[in-house]
Write a protein that binds this ligand. Sequence first.
Ligand code: SAM
Length: 231
Amino acid sequence: MRIDILTLFPKMFNGFLSESIMGKAINNKLVEINLIDFREFSTNKHKKVDDSPYGGGAGMVLSVQPVYDALISIKGYKEALKILVTPQGDRFNQTRAYNLKDEAHIIILCGHYEGYDERIRDLFDIEISIGDYVLTGGEIAAMVLIDAITRVIPNVISNDESHLFDSFNGNLLEHPHYTRPSEFMGKSVPDVLISGNHKLIKEWRLKQSIKRTKERRIDLYHKYKEENGDE
Ligand code: SAM
């Protein structure tokens, strides 16, 4: 998969793209990421990319010209899935991450300032929000999308199936985990996990997942029950 990111702050991605699982996925050529500073495409002599809003009001608006010119400079941009990140978009979730992992080429525009000139929206296929809060810019939102999509691309995480048991798969939160020591400050690991009985462990984990989902995310729990019948 190739992902092109249109941003005014490419340096914000340095650590994100070089460390840990993202860094490895890029080194192993499982995902290719390109950063495009669209300020370089501004035809304004001062390389301005924003302007005051028609009709007045607070804040500056991202201009359409630099975004358009940067976008059409990308090879294959017509066929790529073009995503605009905005708090006004469809909410991102795990299902979307799974669906987006099958795209061959994604382009993401990171906004800034008060918002986009409305004509920028026409250049993009979908709008995605990462949650009901307002960030200063789209870079962190783009990182959230890229991280969640990349980790479900085959061969990116070492135990390739482990993401299938993560929270949200099958509308459940994940079960609790324990590791050594078996006892810490009087708190012990549940006996079943050291029993070696894999059938019982599986049953315990499912039960715990259901319990945790019911306690913490009643919305998901209802969806789980709809699909699976009663506990
Ligand atoms: N005035 C805009 C509004 O109310 O919709 C918010 C603009 S915000 C300060 C600047 C940029 O940050 C947005 O254009 C978008 O790219 C990004 N952004 C902020 N919150 C976001 C969110 N929840 N999800 C995705 N992108 C977000």
